[in-house]
Design a protein around this ligand. Structure first.
Ligand code: SIN
Length: 334
C-alpha cells in the first residue's frame, strides 16, 4: 500500500514537472537578436525596426525580436562570427563585407557598375541577383533579402575633390573589401580597412583623410562635421544582404519561419521604399548645415573618375565571373 502511494506521488510529480516545462515553453517566446552597425534613422535602421514590429504582430507571444543598432551588440569585425556561433540571429552587413565568404558578392563593389539605384534593384531581383542569396549556404549563411541604402559619395579633409588627382596620396577608410582596396590603389590613394564604428574618430584625428559613404551614413555618423569636402560622385553602392544562420533558420518551427519570412518581405518593402527619401533628406541636411562643402561634378569630372577606377574591373572579373557582370550591366539598360 505504502509502495503504491509512493509510486503514485512520483508519477504525479513527473506529470506536474512536465506540465510546468510545457507551459514554460508555451510562454517563452523565441528570442531573435538582430544586430546592425548603423543609426536607427537610416534605411537599415528603419527596416530592422519594421521587421520587429511585423514579426511580433504576426507571431504574438511566439517571438521576441530584439534590435541592436549602432554596433551596440557586435561591430563589423565580429558580427559574422557571432552569427555563425548563434550569438546573434539576423544581421544585415553591407554587401562589401562578404568577400571572405563568397567572391561573387564582390560584384556590388565594382566602381561605376550601376547607373543608379533602380538598376541595382533590378539586378538584385533578377535570377542572377537572387541566386547570390543562396551562395553562402555552404558557409552556414542564408541570405533572406536585399535592403537598399544608396549610392556612395567621396569625402576628404581637403578643399578640392572634383578630379581623381585630388585624392592622390591621401589615406581613405574603406570597408573590409579587396575590391574597394584596389579601387583606391587605382587612384594612387592609400586605403585602410576599418570598422564602421571607428570611422568618425579616424577622420577626426587624421588617421585617415577621407572615406566613401551614402548621404544617410555620412549625416547620421556626423562625418560631414569632420570632413571639408564631399563630392557627389555616385561611384558605387552601399546596399545590404540580410543574413541568418542557415542551421538556426532551418531549425525554427515551420509556422515561425513562415511568419518571419512574411515579416522580412514587409520590412524589405518598407526599407527599400524609404531609402531614396532618407538619403535625399540627409543630403539636404548636410547642405543646410554647411559644415562640409558639397561639390557637384561635371560630366567630364565623372568620366575622369570612371576612367581612373576602370582597371579594378579586370582584376576581379575572374573571381566574380564575366556572366554575372554581364547580368548586372544589363540591369542598366532596362
Ligand atoms: C553600413 O551601412 O552598414 C556600414 C557601411 C560602412 O561600413 O561604411
Amino acid at each position: 500500500m505504502k509502495h503504491t502511494a509512493s509510486k503514485l506521488f512520483t508519477a504525479l510529480g513527473a506529470a506536474v514537472a512536465l506540465s510546468f516545462s510545457a507551459s514554460a515553453l508555451a510562454q517563452n517566446p523565441i528570442v531573435i537578436k538582430f544586430s546592425h552597425v548603423v543609426a536607427e534613422s537610416t534605411p537599415k535602421g528603419q527596416g530592422a525596426l519594421k521587421f520587429k514590429e511585423v514579426a511580433e504582430q504576426l507571431l504574438p507571444g511566439k517571438v521576441d525580436v530584439q534590435v541592436f543598432p549602432n554596433s551596440q551588440l557586435f561591430g563589423d569585425a565580429k558580427e559574422m562570427e557571432a552569427l555563425l556561433l548563434g550569438d546573434v540571429h539576423i544581421i544585415a552587413p553591407s554587401l562589401s563585407k562578404f568577400d571572405r565568404y563568397t567572391k561573387k558578392i564582390q560584384i556590388f563593389d565594382l566602381p561605376f557598375l550601376f547607373d543608379d539605384m533602380d538598376a541595382v534593384d533590378r539586378f538584385q531581383q533578377s535570377d542572377a541577383g537572387k541566386s547570390l542569396l543562396d551562395s553562402m549556404q555552404n558557409r552556414g549563411l542564408q541570405g533572406l533579402a536585399y535592403w537598399h541604402n544608396g549610392m556612395k559619395q567621396l569625402s576628404t579633409n581637403k578643399d578640392e575633390l572634383t578630379r581623381p588627382e585630388h585624392v592622390k596620396g591621401l589615406k581613405f577608410r574603406i570597408q573590409a573589401s579587396d575590391v574597394l582596396e584596389e579601387q583606391f590603389r587605382a587612384l594612387g590613394a592609400n586605403p585602410q580597412k576599418l570598422a564602421f564604428a571607428e570611422v568618425y574618430q579616424a577622420l577626426q584625428t587624421g588617421v585617415v583623410d577621407g572615406q566613401e559613404n551614402t548621404w544617410s551614413n555620412i549625416y547620421s555618423q556626423k562625418f560631414h562635421e569632420v570632413q571639408k569636402t564631399i563630392a557627389n560622385t555616385n561611384h558605387g553602392v552601399i546596399d545590404y544582404m540580410v543574413v541568418t544562420n542557415a542551421q538556426w533558420w532551418e531549425g525554427l518551427p515551420e509556422d515561425v519561419r513562415t511568419g518571419l519570412q512574411q515579416a522580412m518581405e514587409e520590412a524589405t518593402k518598407h526599407a527599400n521604399g524609404l531609402a531614396a527619401e532618407l538619403n535625399e533628406r540627409d543630403r539636404k541636411r548636410i547642405l543646410e548645415e554647411n559644415k562640409a562643402r558639397v561639390q557637384e561634378l561635371s560630366r567630364e569630372d565623372i568620366a575622369a573618375w570612371r576612367k581612373a577606377m576602370e582597371p579594378v574591373w579586370a582584376k576581379f572579373e575572374g573571381d566574380i565571373g564575366a556572366d554575372l557582370i554581364q547580368s548586372a550591366l544589363s540591369a542598366n539598360e532596362q
